[in-house]
Design a protein around this ligand. Structure first.
Ligand code: SIN
Length: 332
């Protein structure tokens, strides 16, 4: 009887092995969770990363990509990363205040002149040193991924700062962004990316700020009558992993993944630069939102109203980092 039970158990185990997918015991699984659609710079970057890993590390590493907040929103994903439930994420640098206060640099209004100045800074020694700012908390920065310059929208034209007075704007979870909107007497509301469309559609909030890529892919322009080309801030991502997980990888695999990330990062920059042009055109051609271009003097009024925010945060983000960005601005 006992012998029979053992035999049956062994047969079940053997059948299970035969019917389950062939997975080598050593295969490393990298779950990459993010919040944008696949047709965005980050979404394309994640898929390209998967493709290159499939090509170069088949049988050794498998990548699973979960876009559009399918698995986690940005707040939960960092907790999941630290718990080992996902291995890669790429939230906006605006969303890391629990892990480092330094990345708030990227939220300072009108700090970066253009995406080229942003890339110049992130490639610089200061930018590369800053990438390690969350390591003390177990989060390792593997690279910066570009999205682009942010634009501002509402259901009323936003031409001068007074136009924003009293309006509720959705912001990412950043105290700099809160201060930025308070500087124009608006009412900032921290909110998850996945909730923004409904909040705009139902009037829970009046406006938002984001890049052309996100305004287009999340259809914000369909529920905002007016969009201003403000280029007042940047959206940049940190591609991050769990430091302990990354250090536990076999050296040769880690080196190959680092190389793949380097190549993908270059491509993401191009995806982002292309998207900024193409998505702005799509939004403008839709006719669903009026696009407003500011005169130099109107733009200067926004700068004058928002720039005092810098002094509130310069000790936190480092005056030396601000100076390094300004050097990049001068070169681009
Ligand atoms: C993203 O591009 O990852 C989302 C940014 C946001 O929350 O606005």
């Amino acid at each position: 009887m006992k012998k029979n039970t053992k035999l049956i158990a062994a047969t079940i185990v053997a059948m299970g092995l035969l019917t389950s997918p062939v997975v080598s015991a050593k295969e490393i699984v990298i779950k990459f969770s993010h919040v944008t659609t696949e047709a965005t710079p980050k979404g394309k970057g994640a898929m390209l990363f998967k493709k290159l890993v499939d090509e170069r590390l088949a049988g050794k590493v498998r990548v699973e990509v979960y876009p559009s907040s399918q698995l986690y929103g940005d707040k939960a994903v960092l907790k999941a990363l630290l718990l080992g439930d996902v291995q890669l994420a790429a939230p906006s640098l605006s969303k890391f205040s629990k892990y480092t206060k330094k990345w708030a640099l990227f939220d300072l209004p009108f700090l970066f002149k253009n995406p080229q100045a942003l890339n110049c800074f992130t490639d610089s020694p200061k930018g590369q040193a800053l990438l390690g700012a969350a390591e003390r908390k177990g989060i390792k920065g593997l690279g910066y991924w570009l999205n682009g310059m942010k634009q501002i929208s509402a259901n009323t034209p936003l031409i001068v700062p007074e136009d924003a007075k009293g309006l509720k704007f959705r912001i990412m979870s950043s105290d700099v962004l809160k201060a930025q909107f308070e500087a124009v007497d608006a009412n900032p509301q921290k909110m998850a990316f996945s909730e923004v469309y409904n909040a705009l559609a139902t009037g829970v909030i009046d406006g938002q700020e984001n890049t052309w890529s996100n305004i287009r892919s999340k259809k914000f322009f369909e529920v905002q009558k007016d969009t201003t080309i403000s280029n007042h801030g940047v959206l940049e991502y940190a591609l991050v992993t769990n430091k302990r997980f990354w250090n536990s990888l076999p050296t040769d695999i880690r080196m190959q993944l680092d190389q793949i990330i380097k190549e993908v990062t270059t491509e993401v920059t191009q995806f982002a630069l292309d998207a900024a042009v193409k998505d702005m055109k799509t939004v403008a051609d839709s006719g669903k939102t009026n696009i407003h271009t500011l005169t130099a003097s109107q733009k200067q009024q926004w700068v004058t109203a928002m720039k005092p925010v810098w002094s509130q945060f310069e000790d936190q983000v480092g005056k030396d980092n601000i100076a390094a960005v300004q050097q990049c601005n001068a070169q681009n």
